[in-house]
Design a protein around this ligand. Structure first.
Ligand SMILES: [Zn+2]
Length: 307
């Protein structure tokens, strides 16, 4: 919704409007390419290439597709804003006009994000504490699925159109050569489209794999992309704790099955109010005052209901 409000806003600066448009374009691009890849695999390449092991390939393709989309949708629909933090923590920071540790605002989403990592254009949402695991599994499934599509499409091109692949330098010459042959009428349109698609797969698979490796690395190190880019220290509690903080305690289940699993921590860093150690005493005293006030309100509400 943040993107739409940027586009509707009459005074939004040009850079922000351009980023909002890019984000919408990237979402359309992802959905189009993914649906094209799935249709190509199930309707064209698998039936043509794997007559005796077709079932296994169908199961693999569907497994990759379901996991990719599940993680994509979960990353998009999971609320990762600071409003999800405990009420007293959120109210305390609103009164103080501060933000909990590791929470940052995103101009495109128009919200304060817990443990903000980055704004993902392909998902049109921010990646933060509550949806980072979905983003990571999405990158992994997307890269494996894309490389699978790249290999099967190349095999299909070779079998049907006789496209030649000559080792690691193929992609330097294949595209221009095929476009030329198509222009002079010596290559069919289908071959040209599928060769173009191979480049899309190569770029997409490499980018997703790169993102997955990067996310894995910073998670192990107790960092976010924002912290790594701004040379900030992050919060390091050891490899295992850092990892479960991002992926949850049941991360093995989350890696294989499209299921919703709880976070291991609560997204609050520093002290219990999300205030960094070393914050001044006045801030800490105010935090306790707000907590008492929230508890009193709760008690009063309960008494009113009972009466
Ligand atoms: Zn954002």
């Amino acid at each position: 919704m943040g993107i739409l409000s940027v586009l509707r806003h009459p005074t939004a600066d040009k850079r922000l409007t351009l980023l909002a448009l890019m984000s919408i374009g990237a979402v359309i691009y992802f959905n189009f390419v993914t649906l094209f890849a799935m249709s190509l695999a199930t309707l064209v390449t698998i039936p043509h290439l794997f007559k005796y092991t077709m079932q296994k390939h169908y199961i693999f393709a569907v497994f990759m597709f379901v996991n990719t989309y599940w993680n994509y949708l979960m990353a998009y629909f999971t609320d990762t804003t600071a409003r999800r933090l405990p009420k007293d923590v959120w109210e305390f920071h609103q009164q103080q006009k501060t933000k909990p540790v590791r929470c940052y605002s995103c101009k495109l989403c128009g919200d304060c994000i817990v443990k903000r990592d980055h704004h993902c254009f392909f998902m049109n949402t921010c990646i933060g504490y509550y949806n980072q695991k979905y983003f990571m599994w999405y990158c992994l499934y997307m890269s494996v699925g894309t490389f699978y599509s790249l290999i099967t499409t190349a095999m299909y091109n070779n079998a049907v159109f006789g496209t030649q692949f000559n080792g690691s330098t193929t992609f330097f010459t294949l595209g221009p050569k095929t476009v030329y042959l198509w222009l002079v009428g010596r290559a069919p349109l289908g071959e040209m489209i599928l060769v173009t698609y191979l480049y899309v797969c190569l770029a997409g698979g490499t980018v997703c794999l790169g993102f997955f490796c990067w996310q894995l690395w910073i998670s192990f190190m107790g960092l976010t992309t924002f912290e790594a880019m701004h040379d900030m220290p992050g919060i390091n509690n050891g490899f295992y704790n850092n990892m479960t903080d991002v992926l949850g305690k049941f991360w093995i289940l989350g890696a294989v099955f499209p299921i919703c699993l709880p976070q291991h921590g609560n997204g609050i860093y520093g002290d219990k109010f999300g205030v960094m150690d070393g914050a001044n005493e006045v801030t800490k005293k105010n935090a306790l005052k707000v907590k008492k006030k929230v508890e009193n309100n709760k008690r009063n509400n309960k008494t009113k209901k009972n009466n």
